[in-house]
Write a protein that binds this ligand. Structure first.
Ligand code: ADP
Length: 570
């Protein structure tokens, strides 16, 4: 338009002012259309990224609410892959699709109107080809969907594999068993699968394009055949026929583009399904709407006929099968009819053979799982009526395996209580006998403990975890005593630290040490998921049951060595 004005007006009239104005307008036009492009891109990118952002946050929050069942049954790499790869895969389609659909539909409508107003008979012929676009798109869409699912699955297993093998524990296993070569081959084959699937996904789209190109070539052929007939009968001029055929490409191009968007969407649906599979999982430990938020507790815990079984891992991912029938559970129960009481401030030791259900009992107290039968009460209230988060504020846990984040010692400690002051933190570490050690490190409390705390020795890690629990200052303490034998000094330091931690708290201890057992107010003997006996050391010993047997096996020798009296008649 500007060019026309320059040639027809400005030059003939020798109007320099108009010439400059029009030249300027040409530049301004280019700038503004460029800016509109940037604006459009920025809006679509923002919209797409916001969808991803919301989806990812929602997924993370949802997974946080899942009970331990989910985490024990799922490879962590698989979880990471869904939050990362799958959500990313949605992004491409989320950003481009809306604009593509809107633009192409508008083009389609405009061209159709133009065509029908030119010649409705010819238009009907042209439109006859359109349904032919549908079937190939549907078939290719289905293939693409299947490929997308497979691609995401192999990507997830690739990540899960990496996550296990390239972690300290896994790396040690690989090295010691010399499986490096085999692992590399295994990695390479999964990796090759990901490669091949991605190639297939890319090529399948091109096949669709090819098929559709053939169909769109058939359109003009039909038009020239039928239009030629109309020209012969003088119903149409040759010029109009050519113009019509040219317009036809404007009809088919958006159609082809819509078909390819449809195929992309199918791939996206496959990925969405994977994401929603997680979002649809119902957390099996839930808060009731009217859940009580316990502000204070005396620590009075009662197990009343508690039964519990771990569901088979495959069951965990079937949300609608939430309620397993009793028959499906009873053959693999972990706890059956467990009853015992922990009075406020009492120290209760759990003892018994491995696999007896001790750990399971300790997991039920902070509601990592809810029991299937019976109930557990805290200060007379069923745990299922309490708000999980508030309940857990009152509970400290020191496990055998100390987990530390790859962060500084300070950050690991403050995770228990972010608002603790420096002196509170140091006091906790002093009480846990770990302050002097931390202070002797070059970076002190800012020393990074390394992946899962691997830079610290077993005894040091345990004392850090005791300090962490001290900092939290809970009224109820759950302790899984380490079975591994540390050297005498470490053992002594830990023992002193634990005494600090246990003082004045209600505690439930999976006990392995004689001193812990003897110092308990009550011993609960567990075997095969049942409480076999309970009472004080002397009472249990006198009954000459399982406890006496276990005691004989484990500790009689120690007592003998120490010159202590062997229990009578044992
Ligand atoms: P203990 O602590 O006394 O050694 P546990 O409480 O760890 O015993 O285990 C009790 C039973 O529950 C065992 O038979 C064990 O195999 C089973 N078990 C423990 N954890 C799981 C789990 N996550 N899924 C399925 N079964 C489990």
């Amino acid at each position: 338009f500007c060019v026309a004005l320059i040639l027809d007006r400005a030059i003939p009239q020798a109007d320099m002012g108009l010439l400059g104005l029009l030249a300027g307008a040409m530049v301004a036009l280019a700038v503004s259309s460029g800016l509109i492009g940037v604006l459009q891109q920025s809006l679509t990118a923002k919209a797409g990224q916001n969808i991803i952002f919301d989806l990812r946050n929602e997924l993370y929050r949802h997974l946080q609410r899942m009970s331990l069942h989910f985490y024990t049954a799922t490879r962590s790499g698989e979880i990471v892959s869904r939050i990362n790869n799958d959500v990313n895969a949605v992004q491409g389609v989320a950003t481009g699709t809306i604009v593509a659909i809107a633009g192409n539909v508008a083009g389609l409508v405009a061209t159709s109107i133009a065509l029908f107003s030119m010649n409705w008979k010819l238009s009907l012929v042209a439109v006859m080809v359109v349904p032919a676009f549908y079937l190939p798109s549907k078939i290719v869409g289905g293939i693409r969907r299947r490929l997308a699912t497979e691609t995401q699955e192999s990507q997830a297993s690739l990540l899960a594999f990496l996550n296990e093998r390239l972690h300290v524990g896994g790396a040690i296993l690989t090295k010691i068993f010399g499986q490096g070569q085999a692992d590399a081959r295994s990695f390479s084959s999964t990796s090759a699968r990901v490669r091949d699937l991605n190639v297939k996904q890319a090529v399948v789209g091109r096949w669709l394009f090819m098929i559709l190109s053939v169909f769109s070539a058939m359109g003009p052929a039909l038009i020239y055949w039928y239009g030629g007939y109309q020209v012969i009968r003088d119903e149409l001029t040759p010029g109009l026929l050519v113009a019509f055929a040219a317009l036809l490409t404007l009809l088919y191009r958006p159609l082809m583009q819509l078909a390819s968007v449809y195929v992309d969407i199918q791939a996206c649906v496959a990925v969405f399904e994977r994401i929603f599979e997680y979002l649809d999982l119902e957390p099996d430990v839930r808060d009731k709407p009217e859940a009580a938020r316990l502000e204070r507790t005396t620590g009075h815990i009662v197990f009343e006929g508690v039964g519990f079984s771990y569901p088979a891992p495959s069951r965990i991912f079937v949300p609608e099968d939430d309620a397993l029938t009793p028959a499906e559970r009873t053959d693999q129960f972990a706890l059956r009819d467990v009853s015992f009481e922990i009075a406020p401030g009492q120290r209760v030791a759990l003892v018994g053979p491995s696999g007896g259900g001790k750990t399971t009992v300790t997991y039920l107290v902070p509601r990592f799982y809810d029991p299937d039968a019976g109930r557990i009460t805290l200060d007379g209230r069923d745990l299922r009526d309490l708000d999980q988060e508030k309940l857990r504020r009152h509970i400290g846990m020191v496990t055998q395996e100390t987990f530390l984040f790859h962060a500084s010692i300070r950050e690991n400690l403050l995770y228990a209580r972010p608002d603790a002051s420096e002196s509170q933190m140091v006091d906790a570490c002093r009480a846990a006998n770990i302050h002097d050690f931390i202070a002797s490190l070059p970076d002190g409390y800012d020393t990074v403990v390394g992946e899962r705390g691997f830079r610290l020795s077993g005894g040091e890690k345990q004392r850090v975890s005791i300090a962490r629990a001290l900092l939290k200052d809970p009224s109820i303490l759950i302790l899984d005593e380490a079975t591994s034998n540390l050297d005498a000094t470490s053992e002594y330091l830990i023992q002193l630290a634990l005494e600090q931690l246990l003082r004045g708290r209600t505690s439930l201890i999976i006990a392995h040490r004689l001193s812990t057992i003897l110092n308990s107010d009550k011993i609960v003997v567990m075997a095969d998921g049942r409480v076999v006996d309970q009472g004080r050391h002397e009472q249990l010993l006198a009954r000459r049951g399982l406890y006496a047997e276990l005691f004989e096996q484990q500790f009689a020798k120690v007592l003998e060595l120490n010159g202590a009296q062997r229990p009578q008649n044992a």
